[in-house]
Design a protein around this ligand. Structure first.
Ligand code: ADP
Ligand code: MG
Length: 484
């Protein structure tokens, strides 16, 4: 693998990255209250007394959120801690009415795990997971709604979050991007987080440091709340370059919290780094420790859906398609399901070629999605059957497909209406070949004097004379025979 390095005037630098991802849990209600956890809604309509921090209110753990965290831990091949505990993380902010966040500090629900990532050149790498813990989300302060006031929407306050912390195993912007894409894919397959970074349901804190190859880690900076994979990749690069400049000019990188400004492509200091002791963590007195039964965890494990890595391996094996194509097809669960419905009982490679080729192209062109596809899986299946049973040839199939996209008609109807059936009648094919050769005596002479490349010209002319409907293998054979 070509490793990623940056060059400064003192030589080569390596980049070290660890990510803390906040993933909003998919659940009906919040982590410790019965208020709706749905995204959006009129401001401050999904708020219980608990979320609003009223004195004397008692949090009650939402079992489904716990199950979601366990499922996620299992999907990350991680250790599930049967004993975990909640802690209070104290800080003051207007969007945190309790004055503290209930989180897990010393005893997270999930311990070490790993995520397999694949780089552009096909290299496989494992990124270690340090831990996953449960915590409450905060509300949203908005500073652009009123000329002189800030307003607060507490709908998000108290929604369950999983904070997923990686080891500092990431070594390039590409690896950071691959890790986030893979993590999002796993969360979506599991149904534990929708991974929608634009709506803020998945956010990343990006820890970056640089070092000379072979050195111990140097001081890192943490870039807060980056909300797209592309920005994470840019932020890693921009921050690494800044740190190299600091070190090379004789300065020292100080540990701090920074913000990434996408419009400028640079990071800027936000505040000096806070340490755990700044938050005065202590065990949450209103909640008992969380104790899970191994049987319950085992049941959750038994019910897990097939995850992308397993599905990819199975697709290669069951349908005989390439590892690359299988990767494209499992990228989203809905695409994988579409493919599998199509491929069942058909030629798996033919199905993969059509889905990743003409079908994806049509989806992009029409702006449709896999949930609302440009052609139904039944219609595409019928088209493949027409190719396989030689009713139509591959080239005509493309024309039929375009008409399916445009009109929504089934392929058999299109083929019948337009008389597109493939001609396999060798008499008719021979006749067409004879005509083409008779009309091009000079080209025939050239061919016979050694210009082999003209073979394709004759085949093309015959196909054209037959409106593209000739069986390609039979046309080739007839041309060869008549040219002698
Ligand atoms: P904190 O809780 O103070 O943010 P952690 O030790 O939990 O600190 O680390 C947070 C993140 O920082 C982790 O994702 C970890 O991989 C990453 N990290 C730790 N040290 C470094 C380093 N020297 N360079 C880059 N990332 C680092
Ligand atoms: Mg942190």
């Amino acid at each position: 693998m070509a490793s990623y390095t940056l060059e400064g005037h003192t030589g080569t630098w390596e980049v070290v990255v660890g990510l803390e991802v906040h993933a909003q849990i998919i659940s009906k209600s919040k982590l410790f209250s019965g208020a709706s956890a749905a995204y959006g809604g009129a401001p401050n309509t999904h708020v219980s007394f608990i979320d609003a921090g009223f004195p004397g209110m008692l949090p009650v753990i939402n079992k489904e959120c716990v199950a979601q965290a366990v499922r996620t831990g299992l999907g990350l091949r991680a250790r599930i801690n049967l004993f975990s505990r909640f802690d209070r993380k104290n800080y003051f902010y207007a969007d945190l009415p309790q004055g503290y966040q209930i989180s897990q500090f010393a005893h997270p629900i999930v311990g070490t795990g790993e995520v397999e990532i694949e780089l552009q050149d096909g290299t496989i790498k494992y990124i270690g997971i340090t831990r996953l813990h449960l915590e409450q989300d905060a509300g949203k302060s908005m500073h652009d709604q009123h000329p002189s006031k800030s307003v607060i929407d507490l709908n998000r306050a108290g929604v369950g979050l999983m904070e997923i912390v990686s080891e500092p195993d990431i070594r390039s912007p590409e690896e950071a991007g691959a890790y986030l894409r893979k993590l999002r894919q796993i969360l979506r397959y599991l149904g534990t987080c929708d991974g929608n970074m634009e709506e803020g349901s998945m956010r990343a804190d990006v820890n970056v440091s640089v070092r000379k190859p072979g050195e111990a880690f140097r001081t890192r900076c943490e870039i807060k709340n980056v909300n797209s994979i592309r920005f994470v990749m840019h932020a890693v690069e921009a921050e690494a370059m800044r740190q190299i400049e600091v070190w090379e000019s004789g300065g020292e990188v100080v540990q701090e919290t920074r913000l990434y400004d996408p419009s400028k492509g640079e990071t800027r200091s936000m505040r000096s780094k806070e340490d755990a002791h700044d938050y005065r963590y202590f065990p949450e007195p209103d909640l008992l420790p969380l104790i899970l039964e191994q049987d319950w965890v085992d049941d959750l494990k038994a019910m897990l859906p097939e995850l992308p890595d397993e599905k990819r391996a199975r697709f290669c094996q069951e349908y005989g398609i390439s590892y690359y194509d299988a990767g494209v097809l499992v990228a989203e669960q809905a695409t994988a399901d579409f493919y599998e419905t199509l491929a069942k009982g058909r030629d798996g490679k033919l199905a993969a070629n059509w889905v990743t080729g003409d079908f994806f192209a049509a989806m992009n062109r029409t702006g449709k999605s896999i949930e609302n596809p440009p052609v139904s899986v039944e219609a595409l299946g019928q088209l493949l059957d027409l190719i396989t049973d030689t009713t139509i040839n591959g080239r005509i199939a493309k024309t039929v497909f375009e008409e399916m996209v445009e009109t929504g008609k089934m392929p058999t109807a299109i083929v019948d209406e337009n008389g597109m059936r493939q001609v396999t009648d060798t008499g008719a094919i021979d006749e067409a070949v004879t005509k083409v050769l008779a009309n091009n005596p000079d080209k025939v002479a050239e061919y016979k004097s050694g210009k082999d490349k003209l073979f394709g010209f004759f085949v093309g002319q015959v196909m054209k004379a037959m409106q593209g409907k000739g069986n390609p293998a039979l046309v080739n054979e007839a041309v060869r025979k008549q040219l002698g």
